[in-house]
Write a protein that binds this ligand. Sequence first.
Ligand code: PLP
Length: 374
Amino acid sequence: MSQSLIDHRGPQFAALLREVLGGLKRVFQTSSGEIILNPGSGTGAWESCVVNTLSPGDRVLGCINGHFSTRFCDTASAHGVDVQRLEAPYGVGVPADRVEAQLRADSQRRIKAVLVLHNETSTGVMTDIAAIRQALDRADHPALLLVDVVSSLASIDFRFDEWRVDVALTGPQKGLMLPPGMAILAVSPRALNAHQSAKCARYFWDWAPIFERNARGEFPYTPATALIFGLRESLAMLEEEGLDNVFSRHARLAETCRRAVKAMGLKLLARNIDESSNTLTAVCLPDGFDSDAYLAHSQRTLELPLGPGLGEVKGKIFRIGHLGNLNELELLGALAGVEMTLSSFGVAVPLGAGLVAAETYLLQTAPDGLGHGR
Ligand code: PLP
């Protein structure tokens, strides 16, 4: 990324753009979808998705099971979209049977889209998107399927074409292992069709000029060239490791983390093990402890940055991230830090218990002796 920048209207840039758009398609597991790459962030990607597929007054089914799914729906509301809220508790995935029931009840077919997160980063819970697709199919409902994959893409198996997703959106700073600064979307032919009639006001986010100029190897504005250099490298890293290996590395490290947390005597926020996220673990602190104060303590004492509780679970949980360019030793270091800082914060944690559980599992599942994960 720190190489000299190139002319973003020149032939070298055109070749770079072609290469990264192709690589992103492989990561989204799509051949029918098109890629949109904007400067921005995940929040910008929500907005890009909403304003390009919907019109003010449209109704959508908003699946809400945490803080980020709430904000995805808030983005739609901010553009005058009528959000029919399907709420599930923090700690569980979106139940496909409830999605199906609400779609079946929509006899006039007023619901234009279903908004859902593949991985709710505030709770460490995954939703089964294949099951949501089946819910749409069983209800024989034409709504678009709009999926946030910010904390799952390139870490947890996500199949754009197979699950017939219409828009999948992300940022670069999680599974793509880059600094923040882009909004990245895959869009289906059906979403492109919806874009033709969508009436939400848009200019910067408008897909039409982006497709038109991308076809000529450029952008309608100044692109984030350095990030695109980085993207080329992160896509090469993912291809070198192989997506399936990337997914199993994340699954193995996530299970290691969950076992360690349980061995420390703490509870996971995720209620069902098969919905537990493979990219982060949300941990409940025992009653009487404030997790915001604990985070300040872990930062001050060991410079250990953990994620805070957000929304309804503010002050009650903390989150351990385990995604991207991560290996066994890095995770073990973080787990050791969690044990030490919890203990010095006053939580009764048997020192070393989490590490024993983690090391045991890593050795048991080591693919080649010590288990080089990459
Ligand atoms: N969606 C999810 C699932 C997220 O985890 C986040 C941020 O962490 C966002 C959207 C918002 O992304 P950003 O902070 O890049 O705007």
